[in-house]
Design a protein around this ligand. Structure first.
Ligand SMILES: Nc1ncnc2c1ncn2[C@@H]1O[C@H](COP(=O)(O)OP(=O)(O)OP(=O)(O)O)[C@@H](O)[C@H]1O
Ligand SMILES: [Mg+2]
Length: 427
């Protein structure tokens, strides 16, 4: 008669078998600590049955043959149960080929593209032996590496980021009017070091006792909504010819509730392990990690924050990597987070000259007097609001032309702009 064992523990009958706890420990450290594997590999180890699943991209004949070959490297004898299009099943035989006893309890591998997800499934009705376990580890390593084959920017996109590739972006300093001080500072403290890191490092190598980079690694953009923080980040990417990875913190928090800190860690890990030469990570709405009084949200943001603090530091060691954070609630940010940024760039609301220059971009047909007159009235408005006001004036003009059946193009006069700004909030 068999002893009663706790539910999760199977009886080890021969010395080759590894006990439940060591299998679990090793699998957990492989799967749970590699954030990306967690979405691909899952297993259960219940009473009298071990079951593991690996999600695949495809189950072709070639994949099936590869699995069988790998299986044979670890366990000599197998019988092929089924091998047909999109489905196969193999079972390990006993060491003595003619001994069929208990064979149904042996290790079984199935690959399937037919039922639900494409996957490999490994099952065994007893504890695993050492060679079975190394087969499983190798299956996991071999059949999850397709993730690593994707280009890191695609993986970042898969993980929920938007990626702006400089070759597809046409937004440059010419599209950003006024704000000369901000632009000069961006050029000098951010773009130049990104483009010529070696020059900066060669100086500090000679001036410092211990070498330490003096290039900015993490920059914070602060200022009210609509003053161009996101736009400048994209301009930096374009001017420095680097991809910009847009990390939507707010979205991550809501879409991956409970998993959000893991998701954030995954994003930083992919970026840190990529060999891209130059990358900008843009953390928009970083104030969504501000401490909250709501306890549930508090716990989630606290975990995200601690991941962020650790990971920003890790990514800083990569040459030519820059983290940019943006917020319009700097005063609410966690102090530890705030201190991670070595440069803080304030974006004020535009002054009269800035507004006049912005109007030259969005209402270039107005003459100098009209431009100044309108600029005067738009004091206190954000560039986003100004752009929107110009858009409204154009639409209203277009509607009038359509209504009147007028064919000749007539441009909106200053009164249209004045009329449309009275309808718009300042920010
Ligand atoms: N200096 C500028 N010249 C021309 N257009 C500008 C300027 N600043 C901002 N804009 C325009 O205003 C709009 C809003 O800018 P942006 O999204 O960069 O603001 P933001 O500071 O990131 O706002 P938020 O805090 O809401 O995220 C964009 O369409 C951008 O093109
Ligand atoms: Mg923005």
């Amino acid at each position: 008669m068999r002893n009663h064992k706790p539910d999760n523990e199977m009886e080890a009958v021969n010395t080759n078998e590894i006990n439940y706890f060591s299998v679990k420990k090793e699998l957990d450290s492989l799967i749970k600590e590699t954030t990306e594997l967690e979405s691909l590999v899952s297993y259960t180890f219940g009473k009298n049955e071990f079951n593991l699943q690996i999600k695949l991209l495809e189950v072709t004949d070639e994949v099936m043959i590869n699995i069988i070959n790998l299986a044979k490297q670890h366990i000599e004898n197998w019988r092929i149960h089924t091998f047909e299009k999109g489905y196969f099943s193999i079972q390990a035989l006993n060491d003595n080929l003619f001994d069929a006893e208990g064979i149904l309890n042996n290790l079984k591998i199935r690959g399937s593209a037919i039922y639900g997800e494409k996957q490999i499934e490994v099952t065994k009705k007893r504890n695993l032996t050492q060679s079975e376990f190394s087969l499983i580890i190798n299956l996991i390593k071999k059949f999850t590496s397709h993730k690593a084959d994707l280009d890191p920017l695609q993986r970042l996109e898969q993980a929920g980021c938007s990626v702006y590739r400089p070759e597809n972006s046409q937004i440059s300093f010419n599209d950003f009017a006024g704000y000369q001080k901000v632009k000069d500072e961006v050029k000098e403290t951010i773009i130049l070091p990104l483009k010529h890191p070696d020059v900066y490092d060669s100086i500090t190598k000679a001036t410092r006792n211990h070498f330490e980079s003096n290039r900015p690694k993490a920059v914070l953009f602060t200022g009210p909504p609509g003053v161009g923080k996101t736009t400048i980040a994209r301009i930096i990417a374009y001017e420095a010819s680097m991809p910009l990875v847009y990390i939507p913190l707010e979205n991550i928090m809501s879409a991956y509730y409970g998993e959000s800190s893991k998701r954030l860690a995954l994003i930083f890990d992919i970026a840190a392990n990529s060999n891209i030469d130059g990358l900008i990570l843009f953390l928009d709405e970083i104030d969504s990690l501000a401490p909250s009084r709501n306890e549930k949200i508090f716990e989630a943001t606290r975990r995200m924050l601690s991941v962020l603090l650790r990971k920003i530091e890790g990514i800083e060691s990569k040459t030519n990597y820059l983290t940019i954070g943006a917020t319009n609630r700097k005063q609410d940010l966690d102090q530890a987070l705030l201190s991670r940024f070595d440069t803080i760039l304030e974006f004020p609301l535009p002054d009269i000259d800035d507004i006049a220059n912005i109007l030259k971009l969005y209402a270039k047909h107005l003459n100098k007097d009209e431009n100044l007159k309108l600029a005067e009235k738009l004091k206190g408005y954000s560039p986003r609001a100004i752009k929107d006001i110009c858009r409204r004036a154009e639409r209203s003009q277009a509607r009038e032309m359509i209504d009147s059946g007028e064919k000749e193009v007539k441009l909106p006069g200053i009164e249209k702009y004045i009329n449309s700004f009275s309808l718009r909030e300042k920010i």
